[in-house]
Design a protein around this ligand. Structure first.
Ligand code: DGJ
Length: 343
């Protein structure tokens, strides 16, 4: 009885004084690209090289969970800085600003040194799509060895967006290398994996099987010998758009936007879509995904990673509105913005 009274009294005090109970977190109403971004438990969001799935009114953000020291292997002949694989994280949100950590939905396999998900390997750029006919959530990711010679993709499945995902294995699609990669589902339900192949010289577009688990027998090479990475595909007003970075390891470079009337191509480069300070180096960041905001047919958010190559876990996120100017996608720098701010 006494405890009940004390609890009620504290609740009243909280309301009266406008005090937040100690578990309440700050409610975010503005994107601040490149600045620290905390989840609803005040922990730094840890979902790098990520992508978003919108499912039944909720956004799910999947990414690389980077933790621990960043090292450059002693045998390295290039800047292949790495952290040990921990797994793929998932966050949920209904407003894209305030995120709840759902946990590691695909965990590393520390006991099997030959496993693709062993901490000593490379697991990057996870993307998740939902297959309406099988009711499964399908994750594709870049699977590599620490020296990036494995150049494969891995697939995992789950019956829930928040996992756990079951790892099915890795392969080279149709025998071709696959590194930086993304997924795209067209309006007719046909899904595609788009990846950097042939030692990153050429992008490959792979139409997927109806269950989204395997590539079909078609491979569409585009931008041969252009050396593009970090692909992100979206569709607007019947046209397909492809945002990519150049190829300079963890260091930033100039972005490119391409357009096509069909995902099969031909694809035409529209040049660098970035506008503002450091636009020539993609605002010191690298693309990972372009999200179509639910309920806003012309609202897109371009998502980038601002890598800190010598301390990868402290890498940050740069999310910016993507708008159309004279029919061309444009990504303009904003110190801060919100979803009503598409200009
Ligand atoms: C650039 C890629 O986009 C990243 O995902 C990562 O693989 C780095 N290269 C490694 O250097």
């Amino acid at each position: 009885m006494k405890t009940k009274f004390i609890k009620a009294w504290i609740a009243l005090l909280v309301i009266e004084l406008g005090m937040a109970p100690c578990s309440a977190q700050q409610f975010l109403d503005t994107f601040k690209p490149g600045q620290a971004w905390l989840d609803d438990q005040d922990n730094a969001i840890n979902a790098h090289g990520g992508g978003i799935l919108y499912h039944q009114g909720v956004y799910y953000w999947y990414g690389e969970y980077k933790q621990g020291g960043t090292t450059l292997p002693s045998w390295a002949t290039w800047e292949c800085y790495r952290t040990d694989v921990v797994g793929i994280s998932c966050y949920s949100s209904t407003d894209l600003l305030n995120w709840h950590y759902e946990g590691i939905v695909l965990a590393a396999e520390p006991t099997d040194s030959l496993h693709d998900l062993h901490p000593s390997q490379v697991v990057e750029r996870p993307k998740v799509i939902y297959n309406e006919s099988t009711g499964q959530f399908i994750m594709w990711m870049h699977i590599d060895s620490a020296d990036y010679t494995k150049a494969s993709c891995g697939v995992a499945v789950s019956v829930s967006p928040t996992g756990p995902f079951r790892y099915l294995g890795s392969f080279r699609p149709l025998g071709h290398m696959s590194r930086d990669q993304t997924l795209f589902v067209d309006d007719d339900g046909q899904a595609y994996q788009i990846c950097s192949s042939d030692d990153n010289a050429t992008l490959h577009i792979h139409p997927l099987s109806a269950d989204y688990l395997t590539p079909t027998l078609t491979c569409i090479p585009i931008f041969e010998r252009w050396y593009r990475e970090a692909p992100a595909v979206f569709k607007y007003d019947g046209k397909y758009y492809l945002l990519t970075s150049g190829c300079s390891g963890w260091d930033p470079n100039k972005a490119d936007m391409a357009v096509a009337d069909s995902i099969q191509g031909p694809w035409t480069s529209l040049g660098n879509p970035c506008v503002g300070p450091n636009a020539e180096i993609t605002f010191n960041a690298q693309s990972t995904f372009v999200l179509q905001v639910a309920g806003g047919p012309s609202k897109f958010v371009a998502m980038f990673d601002r890598w800190v190559k010598t301390d990868l876990p402290s890498s940050r996120y740069v999310w910016l509105p993507l708008t159309f100017s004279d029919g061309c996608p444009q990504i303009r720098w904003h110190d801060m913005w919100n979803l009503t701010d598409f200009r």
